[in-house]
Write a protein that binds this ligand. Sequence first.
Ligand SMILES: *[C@@H]1O[C@H](CO)[C@@H](O)[C@H](O)[C@H]1NC(C)=O
Ligand SMILES: *[C@@H]1O[C@H](CO)[C@@H](O)[C@H](O)[C@H]1NC(C)=O
Ligand SMILES: *[C@@H]1O[C@H](CO)[C@@H](O)[C@H](O)[C@H]1NC(C)=O
Length: 355
Amino acid sequence: MKPDLQSSSRSHYFTIFLIQTLVAFMLFSYNHISNKHIRNEVSIMTTNCTDSAAPSKPELNFTVLLWTWPFGTKFPLEECPKPFGTKCLLTANRSLYNTANAVVFHHRDVCGSRQQMPQMPRPEGQYWVWFTLESPSHNPNLHFMDKLINLTMSYRSDSDIFTPYGWLERNEAAANYTIPKKSHLVAWLVSNWNPNSRRVKFYNDFKNYILIDVYGQQHLPLARDQTISVISKYKFYLSFENSIHTDYITEKLWSNAFMSGSVPVVLGPPRENYERFIPSDSFIHVDDFSSAKELASYLLELDKNDQKYQEYFKWRSKLKPVKDVSWIVHYCKACVELQTAPSYRTISSLGKWFT
Ligand SMILES: *[C@@H]1O[C@H](CO)[C@@H](O)[C@H](O)[C@H]1NC(C)=O
Ligand SMILES: *[C@@H]1O[C@H](CO)[C@@H](O)[C@H](O)[C@H]1NC(C)=O
Ligand SMILES: *[C@@H]1O[C@H](CO)[C@@H](O)[C@H](O)[C@H]1NC(C)=O
C-alpha cells in the first residue's frame, strides 16, 4: 500500500511541476516586459515551489534571533506571510542565542557602542546578519561592524539578503486599473525638514512655479491612516528621498505614490537606477529637466492633457506594486534565504561597500 501511495504522490507532484513549468513558460513568453522588475518575486516563488514539491523533507526548524526590535517596534513573529515558508522560527528572546542559526542586528539599534552587540562567544556556524533600511547618511559607526558580520541585509540590491521597500508583481490577468479621482495637483509629505538637503532646496525653487500642498510636521496635518486616501486625490506626489544613494528608493515611491495611484515625481538616484526596479513610464524624474521651472511647466501641461497623464498608468495593466512590505516580511525573507546562505565568510569592512 505504502509504496503505491508514494509513487502516486510522486507522479502527482511531477504533474504539478509540469503544469507550473508550462504556466511559467507561458507567462514569460506572453510578454517579456522587464523581468528585472519582478526579479524579487520570482526568486521568492521558486523557494516556495521547492518547499511544496518536497513535503517529505524534514522540518528545517531554522531559528533567527532578532537581537533588537527594529527601532523598538514590536510585531507578531509567529507567522510568516505567504509566500514565505513556515519552517522559520523567528524570535526576539535572547535566551535562544546559543541555539540560533542566525542573529540579525538592526544597525541603528546597536551602533551606539560595541557593548550593544553580544558579549558571549559566537556559537559555531551562527551567522551574524547586518540589517538596515536607512541610507549610509543615516547609519553612523559602521566601523563597529568590521570583521564581525557574515551577511548583509538591506535595500541595496547587491546585499546578501535584498530587502527592498517594495517591488512589482505581475497581474494574473490583464487588469484595468482605475485611476483614483483627482481634485488636486501636487502633494508632498515630509517629516525630516533639513534646509540643507537637496530636496528642500529644490522645493524652495519649485514652489515658485506650481502649487504644492506640503503635509507633515510643521505643515498640513495628515494622520497616518489617511495618507493613502489623501494623496490619491493628487495627480502628482513628490517622492523626494532624504539622501541620494544607489538603490535608496523608499516608501515615498512604493507606498506614498504607487499605493495611492499618484504619479511619482522622484528625486533620488539617477533614472537608470529607478529603471532597474520600475518601468520607465511609471515616474517622472527631476533630473530629466534642466530646472524646477521646466519641471513645473511639464506637470501643468500634463494637468491639461488627460490622455498624456494617463500614459503614466499604462504599466498597471501588467504589473502591480506589492502591498504591506512590513518588518515581518523582511525577517521572513531573511530566514528563507539564510537557509541557502554560503558557509563561512566575514565582511572585513562594511563602510567600504555601504556608501
Ligand atoms: C525565553 O526563552 C527561555 C528559554 O526557552 C524561556 O525560559 C523564557 O520564558 C523565554 N522568555 C520569554 C520572554 O518568552
Ligand atoms: C478592460 O477594459 C477593456 C476596454 O474597456 C475591456 O474590453 C476588457 O474586458 C477589460 N478587462 C478587464 C479584465 O476588466
Ligand atoms: C562569521 O564571521 C565570524 C567573524 O569573522 C567568523 O568567526 C565565523 O566563522 C563566520 N561564520 C559564518 C557562518 O560565516
